[in-house]
Design a protein around this ligand. Structure first.
Ligand SMILES: [Zn+2]
Length: 246
């Protein structure tokens, strides 16, 4: 079965193919992640080739055949190319980290409109908001974990069910997540969760305002959530962008 669809998408990657063509991978609203070939896409006369560059937010017309590995793109229009991000090292770094997560951790053809909207929203905020890119990225990562089904439980201890966790000493292990001080007596912890980290994670959960002086905690929270993801997702070895672009 084949069909032609028009959908919004964010460009994840672009590679040369043969002498004149390109192979691109897109994360789209209506068809999830997919790869496509743009024949003649490297010619300066190819409008599609010019528009489909990594990070661009675009609209595409795709000729879809699910059994095929590479789809065909027959048209595209630019929605935004985020000029502010391309001029700022930190903005670029954290936008690329978002792109890397989508590339590595979403499944082909799996549609998730809420995740797609979250991606467009976070990239738009990195482009134009006054909030620091590192804090915005920590917000995205918290949301992304939840969308993937590995969300952090913060409202009660997963072992004994105790609520109001902010008032107790907290631990973490990969199996249970964050658990209370009483349960620590009978369960191994991978590490402690400081009140500062817990409070920061709560701010992410409730979308509260975060002061710019909490960059250190933002970085700790990102590392914490990254480790959680590494444990739960086989073959995921962490967000390389954050190591390469320091
Ligand atoms: Zn407990």
């Amino acid at each position: 079965m084949s069909e032609i669809i028009k959908t919004e998408a964010v460009v994840l990657s672009k590679l040369n193919y043969g002498d004149t063509s390109s192979i691109v991978t897109l994360y789209s609203k209506d068809f999830g992640k997919f790869s496509a070939i743009i024949k003649g896409g490297r010619s300066p006369k190819s409008k599609i080739g010019l528009i489909i560059e990594p990070l661009n937010y675009i609209q595409v017309i795709v000729y879809i055949k699910e059994s095929r590995e590479l789809q065909f793109i027959s048209g595209s229009d630019m929605i935004s190319y985020f000029p502010g991000i391309r001029e700022d090292f930190d903005k670029l770094k954290y936008s690329q980290a978002v792109i890397e997560l989508l590339k590595k951790l979403t499944a082909e053809h799996e549609i998730n409109v809420r995740l797609f909207k979250g991606v467009v929203r976070i990239i738009s905020l990195i482009e134009s908001s006054n909030e620091l890119p590192v804090i915005l990225f920590s917000r995205f990562l918290f949301f992304f974990l939840t969308e993937l089904g590995y969300g952090l439980q913060l409202d009660k201890c997963p072992i004994c069910g105790r609520t109001n966790l902010g008032a107790t000493e907290l631990s973490y292990n990969y199996e249970f997540g964050i658990f209370c001080g009483d349960c620590k007596k009978n369960h191994l912890e991978t590490g402690a969760v400081t009140p500062e980290l817990f409070n920061y994670l709560l701010c992410l959960k409730t979308s509260k305002k975060i002061e710019a002086n909490r960059v250190g905690t933002a970085e700790t929270a990102i590392t914490f959530m990254e480790k959680h993801l590494i444990y739960h997702v086989p073959d995921f070895k962490g967000i390389q962008t954050l190591r390469i672009l320091k």
